[in-house]
Design a protein around this ligand. Structure first.
Ligand code: ZN
Length: 159
C-alpha cells in the first residue's frame, strides 16, 4: 500500500535544523501516525511521503515556505503587562493561545522589561529549513471516524 490521501501512515522521524541539531524525534517512542492529505504534518514532508511504502526511508529538506512559514517580524509585539489579565505572574517562555488574523496561534512571551512584555507569534521553527530523516513503518486504511474528524484516532485520543 502506498501513502496517498485518506490513508493513515506511521513514520519514525528525526528533525534537524541547518546546524544539524536535533529539534524533534520519535526515537524511543511510538512512531507518529498521521492522516495523509489533511496537513496533519508540515506540507513539505507530507508531499515527500506521497507514494512511499512501508520500509521506505527518505531524507527531506523542507523550506520555511513548506514548513512553519517565514519568520514574520510583525508578529513580534510589545504589550503592557496589565493586558495579561487572569495570569498571576507573566514569565518569559509562557505560551498563550490567541485568536489572530491567521487563526488560532500560540504566542510566546520572549522578554519582560518592567511593565512591557514582548510576545512572539511566530512558530518556534518559523524561518528554518527543516531536515527530516523519515522511515515509513506502517500504512493502513483510515476509519470512517478518522476521515470525518480529519485526524488519526490513537490510544491518546479522548473523544
Ligand atoms: Zn477525532
Amino acid at each position: 500500500m502506498k501513502i496517498s490521501p485518506q490513508l493513515v501512515a506511521s513514520i519514525h522521524y528525526t528533525l534537524k535544523n541547518d546546524e544539524g541539531e536535533v529539534l524533534d524525534s520519535s526515537e524511543g517512542q511510538e512512531p507518529l501516525d498521521y492522516l495523509h492529505g489533511k496537513q496533519n504534518i508540515v506540507i513539505g514532508l507530507e508531499k515527500a511521503l506521497e507514494g512511499k511504502s512501508i520500509g521506505d526511508k527518505l531524507s527531506v529538506a523542507v523550506s520555511p515556505e513548506d514548513g512553519y512559514g517565514e519568520y514574520d517580524a510583525s508578529l513580534v509585539q510589545q504589550l503592557p503587562k496589565d493586558m495579561f489579565t487572569g495570569v498571576d505572574e507573566v514569565e518569559v517562555g509562557m505560551e498563550f493561545h490567541a485568536q489572530t488574523q491567521n487563526g488560532m496561534q500560540i504566542i510566546e512571551v520572549k522578554a519582560i522589561d518592567g511593565d512591557i512584555v514582548t510576545i512572539d507569534g511566530n512558530h518556534p521553527m518559523a524561518g528554518q529549513t527543516l531536515h527530516f530523516d523519515v522511515e515509513v513503518t506502517n500504512v493502513r486504511e483510515a476509519t470512517a471516524d478518522e476521515l470525518e474528524h480529519g485526524h488519526v484516532h490513537g490510544p491518546d485520543c479522548n473523544h
